[in-house]
Design a protein around this ligand. Sequence first.
Ligand code: E4P
Length: 218
Amino acid sequence: MKIFIDTADPEEIRKYHDLGIIDGVTTNPTLATKVGRPYKEIVQEILAMVDGPVSLEVLGTAYDDIMREAHGLAALHKNVVVKVPMIPDGIKAVSHLSKEGIKTNVTLVFSPTQALLAAKVGATYVSPFVGRVDDISADGMELIAEIREIFDNGGYETNILSASDRTPRHVALAAMYGADVATVKPENIGKMFRHPLTDIGLEQFIKDFMESGQEALV
Ligand code: E4P
């Protein structure tokens, strides 16, 4: 499973990109406002840094507006994936963009039937928001499992992008349930690294060796 980072903050992206674990980036209009720098500037920085899919979301909700924005966003860089909301005009736009070879990510997906419609029109990615589903006491991972089964049964090539993570556990479960990608908030990527037994074990290994008087190999 690929790991994307879910932020528009170039500094957060750089921190994890430098570790070699980031396959792509997802942003949304809310995330774009949180950085405190001009949107155009941060997007250029991200596109120059990450050699992988970068989802940029349209703001329009009418077909013509979505298409105009999609063409403009796709022209920015070969790695741009146009993020389109799961509404009828969005699906119509994706059906045309797919034929033009423009990569798309259908966002705000909360049901298997929404995912099926996105796959039918050739979306490159579909983004089920697992955390927001969990937030209303439903089961986000059940949604991933159902979409996986539907796509496998129908032979759809659309990638399932598990979005809206709440904990690192969502990332593990997304991989277990067959998501193709999990997009992960920077704080949860940080948490994926950590385990208290790793810290305790490492401290002990180093302490034992240092106290033994042995000479290191190199
Ligand atoms: C990513 O594509 C989504 O926009 C994002 O993961 C939503 O996360 P949230 O539900 O925590 O806002």
